[in-house]
Design a protein around this ligand. Sequence first.
Ligand SMILES: [Zn+2]
Length: 230
Amino acid sequence: MGRVGLRRFLKLSNVLDEVALKLLTLFHVVSVLYTRPLANLIEQLQRLPGVGVKTAQRLSLHIIKRPIEEIEALAQALIQAKQQVGSCTVCGHLSAEPVCEICAHPSRDNSIICVVADSRDLIALEKTREYRGKYHVLGGLISPMDGISPEQLNIQTLVRRVSGSKVAEVIMAIAPSVEGETTTLYVGGLLKPFTKVTRIAFGIPMGGDLEYADEVTLAKALEGRRELDF
Ligand SMILES: [Zn+2]
């Protein structure tokens, strides 16, 4: 290694050292400032989405001050939710029963199915109180980049559901993105021989999430749906 190369290497290793030192300091601060069980709790909470180190510390300090009964109830709720909540065998929505409440509801319209990427989108649409049909939850979007193929999604059940009964319309309610488009066109193509396929209007911004759209926008997107053209 020449002199310049060596100098560059030393410079780079200095930067790396600094990063390593910062990480070590951070870890050291957490484990020194907080006794081991508390540091462990902070670490576990930090794994949750949207929870940074500060929130995890605040929650942990709050938790240990609460009465033991309250904490036991929280721990039980976590375990029971994990053990008891599965997927509806008809539509794939989150459910503690084999068939979810929406699928089992006698006054919901069986002739119309709204297809969503996940249960969060279903909940967002339910909040509009505009839709009285049934749903189908795909459990994600087709994404070759992330290695998600159609076989990994809840698509075959949908095709069986639509081909086997009298469904007048399937609404594709997938937020626009590259993966969303691929999924809408793929699923729509499979269903077209059996029924009318529509898609929600684009009041939803590109790359946006149904979950974050307000209820009026969602209701309008649903109302302004149009037939899917290929
Ligand atoms: Zn269901």
